[in-house]
Design a binder for this molecule. Structure first.
Ligand code: FAD
Length: 430
């Protein structure tokens, strides 16, 4: 039978959306994924049940690609890959191989972005050279969630009032106390960006993004979780007991840090959307190949009309998700035309992309498993891995539900209504 081309390379997106350097980035990332990640996807997961050695080796193999510090401005040794669109393109390529390897890098980028946006030279001078080094793995950790309140820390309705980790200014340094949980690279990172409050009663004015060196006294690693998916990431918690941090290591200042947190949430949701598209694409390629080889009732499974219709549904979900994500990323990169990344409008666009892409990926991987019968449920064919990864993507950055509330904010005055009902009550109590 004639092989049907998947044509990933040519028809995935409107070509004019991409700059020549974006095309180069996509090409080199894809080559890496094809050559280095695809052949070891299963071994990578097996290693995470044991010693994580292969995962560490893969992080080192990624170094020549330059992505560890690629997000840094050129004057700090990076490649200035700061646009949401470029990062989403890389994320999709990596998600097609192994989303967790990308997130190990992205955690560092998310941690450093607020300082870069704020032009905080002290933080950049302290940590940029370590990210920019090309011969040693250096990771960052973006510590937002807390064991007692994951979503609440990111819940815009609560306006910083539910952050339990505190940063108090004592002389020339911040003293940071609290516990953070569910953080990618906890225990491995060389630096942490910790979301704290200078006083819960100060609301958004109190939100403080404070940078910590992992070697600081008072920082204790609490252990790792055993996850269903995204198994190449290490997810864990840290305890902070009076960690002293130079005064200049707050990203910006009162009110501004809350905006940086919002802006970073928009950016992170776009990245997650793109990773989800990558997972779905990886699963689609697996199921196309399997259903071309596997014969049922005398012909390849994908030639049965009902199966072709399911494959068409999967293709539709992936392409619409990709379009939604890349369009939102394109708009995010043009704040003068479409609004700042911290605006309700942009948070809504990014959240919409995340919600849709994650659901599309869960749907696509689930249906791919269905088309592969028992083979879909075993690890040899990877589709179940993509399904597990997609489920994890949906559950972070405020989970599935808060992102929906952020979408509503872009379409009507949900914010105002909610503030009256909930926010005022909380403010009265505090
Ligand atoms: C693989 C993975 C990687 C992660 N990486 C990081 C990381 O690097 N850094 C970090 O800080 N965190 C990270 N997280 C944590 C993640 O962001 C939080 O787990 C997430 O925000 C949800 O918090 P929670 O688990 O405490 O759930 P909860 O906040 O307890 O929520 C439980 C349920 O209630 C829903 N819910 C919560 N509030 C509302 C509301 N107001 N209205 C309606 N429904 C609501 C939620 O959507 C969810 O379904 C990661 C999580 C995972 C799974």
């Amino acid at each position: 039978m004639e092989q049907v081309s998947i044509e990933r390379k040519e028809n995935r997106f409107v070509r004019e959306l991409l700059s020549p350097s974006d095309r180069l980035l996509v090409g080199s990332t894809r080559d890496f994924v094809e050559g280095q990640i695809m052949p070891v996807r299963r071994e990578l997961e097996e290693s995470t049940r044991a010693d994580f050695r292969l995962r560490e080796e893969m992080q080192a193999r990624l170094l020549p690609l330059g992505l560890q510090g690629g997000f840094l401005p050129e004057e700090y040794g990076g490649m200035g890959i700061s646009s949401a669109l470029s990062n989403c393109l890389i994320a999709e390529e990596m998600g097609r191989g192994d989303a967790s390897l990308f997130y190990n890098l992205a955690a560092g980028m998310l941690a450093m972005r607020p300082a870069i946006k704020a032009g905080n030279r002290a933080v950049l001078e302290a940590f940029a050279p370590r990210f920019a080094q090309e011969d040693e793995v250096f990771m960052g950790c973006y510590a937002v969630a807390e064991p007692e309140s994951g979503s609440d820390v990111e819940n815009l309705d609560l306006r910083g009032t539910s952050i339990a980790a505190t940063a108090r200014l004592e002389g020339d340094s911040w003293k940071v106390n609290g516990t953070k949980g569910w953080c990618v690279n906890a225990g491995l990172a060389g630096m942490y960006c910790v979301v704290c409050t200078t006083g819960a009663d100060r609301g958004e004015e109190g939100v403080a993004l404070v940078y910590l060196d992992a070697r600081a006294d008072g920082l204790r690693f609490l252990g790792w979780e055993d996850m269903t998916g995204m198994r190449g990431c290490r997810l864990g918690g840290i305890e902070l007991a009076g960690v002293a941090v130079p005064k200049e290591w707050r990203a910006s200042g009162p009110g501004e840090d809350a905006l940086l947190l919002r802006e970073n949430t928009s950016f992170a949701r776009l990245l997650t959307g793109a990773l989800a598209v990558g997972c779905a694409q990886g699963a689609f390629e697996e199921v196309l190949s399997f259903t071309s080889d596997r014969i049922a009732a005398g012909k390849p499974i994908r030639q049965h009309t009902v199966c072709a219709a399911i494959l068409a549904d999967i293709a539709t979900a992936i392409q619409v998700a990709r379009d939604a994500c890349l369009n939102a990323a394109y708009a995010f990169d043009r704040p003068e035309e479409y609004g700042d990344g911290s605006s309700n409008h942009m948070l809504s666009r990014a959240s919409l992309a995340k919600v849709f892409c994650c659901e599309a990926a869960i749907h696509a991987t689930n249906r791919a498993m269905e088309l592969m019968g028992s083979y879909g449920y075993v690890s040899d064919y990877y589709v179940e891995k993509y399904w597990r990864d997609a489920r994890a993507l949906q559950s972070w950055e405020g989970g599935a539900h808060l992102a929906r509330l952020d979408i509503a904010r872009g379409y009507y005055d949900f914010d105002q209504f909610h503030r009256n009902e909930l926010y005022e009550l909380i403010m009265q109590r505090s």
